[in-house]
Write a protein that binds this ligand. Structure first.
Ligand code: ATP
Ligand code: MG
Length: 392
């Protein structure tokens, strides 16, 4: 059993004086992920290395699963860590490591030693050669191949000595909490959970807002969005989800505005309300799951008309993705099965047969003047009655 995991992270963009912020966020996020599983893990940082060390027994698969949700990690290396020791002890530990972790002792290898502590009596080249020799002596079917080895045994001489040979790829990205906050418009569809995931992957904290229209949309439809928020938050960390009752505004638009403009005007109000909550949460931008040309409300003209009401930047991470590309990510991150549950959506309830595909902003604005009498009051009511759900 490995008692430790070496957590590797990409160093791009983290040089300089802010590096510790990146590392500390990664330590915190990895610790939070591992707190949910057995092992009583402690995550620590030491001179450009992050370790997760178990104090009690744990399930290997659970560790891999937990860490695979922590952005910023590029590799997870199950390792043994031994006390600083002389070469004979090191070689013994190395042999035992191979005994215990490789069933078929029939592969090619090389040793790659790195000496961070320069006063170790042998240098890296000597360790590579000598340790290679001991391995060859112990296992007759194992051979050296310095160019294309099946296995690379990494030896790191530090305050302790680390031995590892497996590097399991991590999710990449930047630690959540290192790049501000954004408000995700989260529907029950396939696209917006993926958009939230992608933004969180770059280190952004994500809160979310969902518009429902009871009784046209059901409690099940809302629960589906809560479930999607939970899946996204496995990657993005704790999230506030605002559930806004949008029925009154939707009905009012339906009564007062041309039906072919309904979707656009509705979406403009969604953006306005989302921006209200973004401000309230101290977020710097909005996120949607829009993709050019996917539906009438996602033509360039429609996007422009929707965008026009926002003062914050609107991030649309899947803007240029094909549906299948979005589906592939949804499958990978585990939102797909929930997204395809067939519950009604507030947008489709009132949708026109022939929505405008090239809305003219001036015409839309003119139509919105028909809402002047009641809309401010309704807007206030919608934000005041919104339910705030803390997603852990
Ligand atoms: P999705 O798969 O994310 O639902 P979609 O392809 O169904 O997207 P639309 O329904 O036009 O597209 O919605 C575009 C974007 O608007 C969504 O990705 C989402 O960000 C936001 N949105 C749509 N409906 C809602 C809603 N009921 N609550 C919150 N956001 C919504
Ligand atoms: Mg949708």
């Amino acid at each position: 059993m490995f008692q430790s995991f070496l957590i590797k992270y990409a160093e791009i963009g983290i040089k300089g004086k802010n590096r510790y912020l990146f590392e500390d966020a990664l330590v915190d996020n990895a610790q939070r992920a591992l707190d949910n599983i057995d092992g009583n893990f402690k995550v620590t940082k030491e001179y450009g290395r992050i370790y997760a060390t178990a104090e009690t027994s744990y399930e290997y698969e659970e560790v891999m699963d937990a860490l695979s949700h922590v952005f910023g990690i590029v590799g997870i290396c199950p390792m043994i860590q031994i006390e600083d020791c002389g070469f004979d002890d090191l070689a013994e530990n190395m042999i035992r490591y191979i005994e215990e972790n490789y069933g078929e002792k029939n592969f090619t290898f090389k040793v790659m030693a790195r000496r961070a502590r320069k006063n170790y009596p042998m240098d890296s080249m000597e360790i590579n050669a000598e340790l290679g020799g001991r391995i060859l002596d112990a296992f007759p079917n194992i051979k050296v191949d310095v160019h294309h080895p099946d296995v690379v045994f990494h030896i790191e001489i530090r305050n302790h000595i680390n031995i590892y040979s497996k590097i399991v790829p991590g999710p990449g990205g930047m630690p959540v909490g290192t790049a501000g906050k954004a408000m995700l418009l989260l529907s029950g569809g396939i696209d917006s959970p993926v958009a939230g995931y992608m933004t969180a992957k770059r280190g952004v904290v994500v809160d979310a807002v969902y518009f429902h229209a009871p009784p046209y949309t059901s409690e099940r439809a809302k629960q589906k969005v809560v479930d999607l928020a939970k899946i996204v938050s496995k990657y993005s960390g704790p999230m506030n989800l605002y559930v806004v009752n949008f029925t009154e505004i939707q009905m009012y638009i339906y009564d007062k505005c041309p039906h072919d403009e309904l979707t656009i005007i509705m979406r403009r109000y969604m953006m306005r309300i989302a921006e209200y909550f973004a401000r309230k949460e101290g977020a710097q931008g909005l996120i949607t799951g829009e993709s050019i040309g996917q539906v009438a409300s996602q033509t360039m003209q429609s996007l422009a008309a929707t965008n026009e009401v926002c003062t914050m930047p609107v991030f649309r991470p899947v803007i240029a993705f094909d549906k299948q590309e979005i589906v592939d990510i949804a499958l990978k991150i585990g939102t797909y099965d929930t997204s395809i549950l067939p519950y009604e959506d507030c947008c489709t309830t009132f949708v026109a047969k022939h929505p405008v595909t090239k809305p003219n902003i001036n015409i839309i604005k003119k139509s919105e003047t028909h809402l002047e009498e009641e809309i401010d009051r309704m807007f206030q009511k919608a934000v005041e009655t919104a339910e705030r759900i803390a997603i852990e």
